[in-house]
Ligand binder design. Sequence first.
Ligand code: NAD
Length: 256
Amino acid sequence: MSISLKGKTFVIMGVANKRSIAWGIARSLDQSGANLIFTYASERFEKSVRDLVATLEGKHELILPCDVTSDEDVEKCFGTIKEQAGKIDGLAHCIAFAKTEELAGDFSETSREGYLLAQNISSYSLTIISKYAKPLMAEGGSIVALTYIGGERVLPNYNVMGVAKAALEMSVRYLAADLGKQGIRVNAISSGPIRTLSSKGVSDFNSILHEIEEKSPLHRNTTPEEVGDTAVFLFSDMSRGITGETIHVDSGYHVL
Ligand code: NAD
């Protein structure tokens, strides 16, 4: 792709393995010449993230732990980024979690604990991350979060995560209104379903993939590369007039 982001620095949060959508974003950004900083949830993911990052063309050395359920972790992580990189031009929030048992069956059976956990990791995290990232974007920037159509419409089994995505999408709008005065844009990409570690937790995920192939206007499933290239656009000046938006990268499924 032809957009150049040479000299710009972006934080990518949420690479777990090579199937992660965050990894698709990382590859597109790497090809655009950007400098990248990676964060991972826990030690469990450190080696796989470091091994993957070593395969990229650019040399991206800053790879830090950041558990978004901990205010201290987020503060420390962005403190280290400030010390080591000085400033950033944007960040990709590719983080979500819900217990497998909450992603099947009746929504009315959702537990309080499961509801709050999904909201905490999948939605509130964008707000706290924005709080600690904004001082590093004094000259403006672009924040991109990942969402799913299950935050707009009721879909089978998406349940508690649909409610968390609705909150995330509204947070994108409130953050856009708040941070616009600082020249920071905030947008979401609503990706079509992609087979990843997280989506494995959604009951009957294969039939969702099949339905997109069968019914979406483009009759094919979304790839992490398509999401990655849209993120590059949102991180670039080409999208300078866009904020508070949710862009669907889903083979057009949302129009049906
Ligand atoms: P993934 O499992 O590869 O990524 C999810 C990431 O969230 C992982 O890296 C995980 O470590 C991280 N995470 C979980 N708890 C965390 C915590 N406490 N602190 C920090 N990080 C934490 O799966 P993915 O499908 O690539 O998901 C990335 C984003 O894309 C999520 O927001 C997801 O909801 C969204 N999304 C996925 C699909 C899909 O079909 N796969 C579709 C639309 C949107």
